[in-house]
Design a protein around this ligand. Structure first.
Ligand SMILES: Nc1ncnc2c1ncn2[C@@H]1O[C@H](COP(=O)(O)OP(=O)(O)OP(=O)(O)O)[C@@H](O)[C@H]1O
Ligand SMILES: CC(C)(CO)[C@@H](O)C(=O)[O-]
Ligand code: BAL
Length: 257
């Protein structure tokens, strides 16, 4: 969606290393926003994005305008069942319907052989995987790790909207996830979650929306980390009006099992 940072550029570099031609879409997609202010205030920096894309060897920048993108599109409805009834899907009504709509259109328009996504949007990646299966898109999906600022904050275009005070506070989200990971090696999930919730409660500027310990394959909350092959810890929180998400993928061995 543009306002590119090193997280996005890591995807571009990986794409360029593996392909002859790389296309990057920059499109602040109205149909995936459940909050009008979030859409209005989303950072838009197309000129700067174009320069950064040229520097990493991107071959094509596809930056349609919304009226053109949606000129002939009716209301499409997707059903991702339990994959979308949690976390982002539960808190952003209609969000994944909008994501699935625009990703389908982008795949048809660009016809990529590979498509690169970031782990930061873990649930989005699971939804897109399901979409590719459901609609038999002939492409390979690739997911790359989260690139962080030096203080641990996950890079995000929305970070630009933080005030200096909020920006200083924002790495607490990553610290909470790390605390949760450490706690999971020692106590049960409920206690571990409570420790992370209590940690964040000490910072009144941070309003936690959800904190989940999930099976990274099904995205469903789990009651014991021994249950599943791959665990993820995920959160969403507001700093003022700015909503940020972050997650860690944990291997069972990393949590002492
Ligand atoms: N810090 C990051 N590291 C790696 N990939 C990232 C990072 N941030 C975003 N991405 C990925 O880049 C792609 C484009 O994301 P998008 O344009 O929505 O950016 P964003 O920075 O996540 O914005 P926001 O968090 O404000 O929604 C997505 O696949 C996303 O997961
Ligand atoms: C998948 C996506 C391109 C849909 O607009 C967007 O949500 C993003 O960039 O993560
Ligand atoms: N970065 C994922 C899309 C969104 O937040 O709308």
């Amino acid at each position: 969606m543009g306002a590119l940072h090193e997280g996005h550029l890591s995807l571009l570099k990986a794409a360029k290393a593996q392909n002859d031609v790389v296309v990057c879409s920059v499109f602040v997609n109205p149909t995936q926003f459940n909050n009008a202010e979030d859409y209005k205030l989303y950072p838009r920096l197309l000129e700067q994005d174009a320069q950064l894309l040229a520097q990493v060897g991107c071959d094509v920048l596809f930056a349609p305008v919304a009226t053109e993108m949606y000129k002939q599109t009716g209301k499409l409805t997707f059903d991702f069942g339990s994959l979308e009834n949690v976390m982002e899907g539960a808190h952003r009504p209609g969000h994944f319907n909008g994501v699935a709509t625009v990703v389908s259109k982008l795949f048809h328009l660009v016809r990529p052989h590979q498509a690169f996504f970031g782990q930061k949007d873990l649930q989005q990646f699971a939804i897109v995987q399901q979409l590719v299966q459901d609609l038999s898109f002939d492409l390979e999906l690739v997911c790359y790790p989260i690139i962080r600022e030096e203080d641990g904050l996950a890079m995000s275009s929305r970070n630009r909207r933080l005030t200096p005070e909020q920006r200083q506070m924002a790495p607490k989200l990553y610290e909470a996830l790390q605390l949760l990971e450490r706690q999971l090696a020692q106590v049960c999930i409920e206690e571990a979650k409570q420790a992370a919730i209590d940690f964040l409660a000490a910072y009144p500027q941070i309003k936690l929306e959800y904190l989940e310990v999930i099976d990274a394959n099904t995205l469903q909350p789990i009651s014991s980390v021994q249950e599943v092959e791959k665990v993820a810890v995920c959160l969403a929180a507001f700093l003022g009006e700015v909503r940020l998400i972050d997650n860690l993928l944990l291997e069972p061995k990393e949590i002492g099992l």
